[in-house]
Design a protein around this ligand. Structure first.
Ligand code: GRF
Length: 182
């Protein structure tokens, strides 16, 4: 079973739901994240762990990790989760993340816009294990997405998302099957 962390609209969570990944629970740092509505509609337990409700990031992350593990999560999947995970969380849980660039190119919060601004011929999608850095950690999958003439962030994001929705569930499935464990 996987636990999923979300902060936004949740199209990657929807891909995990649609592709029948076993989802134990969904947690967010954002109370009104659209992804939480998707989880609730699918009958998946949800919880909000906002920073403001906790004494520190470490304490919030430990509470979140405990909640996910209690629900049966063997792997935590970051599906548009927009905060760094603290070492306390990562000691408790193995986590993977999906990022819309060919890391190490364009880490951080605006990779689609950054790729367009840099004028590169292609960007892409990376699925990787999470470590304490920003969009770092061992790569599981990478797939390029060509940038087309006249691309806007919206058009490029749509093609990148289509790749994310294929690679993230596949990585989670492989991990649960034991194929990615050392
Ligand atoms: C995705 O592009 C993901 O790679 C990035 O944040 C976005 C989340 O989109 N980390 P969604 O909430 O899954 O629709």
């Amino acid at each position: 079973m996987i636990g999923v962390l979300v902060s936004g609209r949740g199209s990657n969570l929807q891909a995990l739901i649609d592709q029948k990944l076993p989802i134990a629970a969904v947690a967010s740092n954002v109370a009104d994240a659209g992804a939480l509505t998707r989880a609730a509609q699918a009958g998946i337990p949800t919880a909000v762990f906002a920073l403001d409700d906790h004494a520190s990031r470490e304490e919030r992350d430990l509470a979140m990790a405990d909640w996910l593990v209690q629900h049966g999560a063997e792997l935590v999947v970051c599906a548009g989760y927009m905060q760094l995970l603290t070492p306390a969380f990562l000691e408790r849980c193995t986590a993977i993340n999906v990022h819309p660039s060919l890391l190490p190119a364009f880490p951080g919060p605006t990779p689609i816009e950054d790729a367009l601004a840099a004028g590169v011929a292609e960007t892409g999608v990376t699925v990787h294990f999470v470590d304490e850095g920003v969009d770092s950690g061992p790569v599981i999958f990478q797939e390029p997405v060509p940038i087309e003439p006249g691309d806007t962030p919206e058009r490029l994001r749509e093609r990148v998302h289509a790749v994310e929705h294929r690679l993230l569930p596949e990585a989670a499935r492989l991990y649960l099957a034991g194929a990615l464990r050392s």
